[in-house]
Design a protein around this ligand. Sequence first.
Ligand code: NAP
Length: 283
Amino acid sequence: MITREFGWTNVQVPVIGQGTWMIEGNPEAERNAIEALQAGIELGMTHIDTAEMYGGGRAEQLVGDAIRGRRESVFLVSKVLPSNASYRGTLHACQQSLRRLDTNYLDLYLLHWRSHYPLGETMRAMEELADAGEIRFIGVSNFDTPAVQEAQQSLRRHRLASNQVLYHLGDRGIERRLLEYCRREEIAVVAYSPFGHGAFPAPDCKGGRVLGEAGARHNRTPRQVALNFLARHPHVFLIPKSSRAGHTRENSGGAGWELTPEDLAAIDRAFPAPTRDVPLGMI
Ligand code: NAP
């Protein structure tokens, strides 16, 4: 898996990583999910995204199982729930996540979405966690440009590393302003739900045919084409979720090759970006 610099951090992170929302389930489903995560790690998809919210902590436990013995090779990300994001709540939530993940540090810790607690309070706790070495980098999620600016201004000793936002072929709203702002500020943009969270274009619809035709020209699948299109910006990272090793292997083929300008134009026409500003999409 090819890597790129994660914003200003000097850390190389794979272009395509792995999501973990809804990986919990019955024992067989969970075994498959762990196997898929481990297959992804073998393929270099070492950016693993989880959250205290997912499965009420169960996803973090499964990630902990999947990365046991290989923690150092993983770029591990978790998130604090807005309802826990008071100063004390953030410190406590992080300890709980570390325990479930069976590790003593996170590579990146995010505020999952905007909280009713003052941002400065959450960021003060984040900075303390960073000072203590319990998290390496601080980030946010579901923040539009003005909120990102506010988060940057709330930080005193550390710099905002990342913003995780919705980005898929059916929702290209971040291309209006947010993407460019983050590029200028060297903030890594992590695209969540890159397949639209289960709403991937069917092969027989117009957009699905465009993806299929581009894929046929490069010997790639429509999903690999979609991932490649989204990763065409040099500061974007993707975290598709898959609970089967076969899917994960397919997804790993989304990077490391290039769509032609004609392919890009055809995909752009089939899945147009909005022509005016729209509220940041959120799932
Ligand atoms: P997604 O990655 O867009 O799509 C996941 C769906 O695609 C699953 O049903 C999965 O099925 C299927 N899939 C994956 N690879 C496939 C393949 N090669 N062939 C066929 N089907 C495939 O959706 P997502 O889980 O919403 O988003 C990804 C990650 O982003 C999440 O898991 C989470 O870590 C993060 N996220 C963050 C936020 C936030 O607020 N920050 C919000 C949403 C998501 P199988 O499971 O059967 O493989």
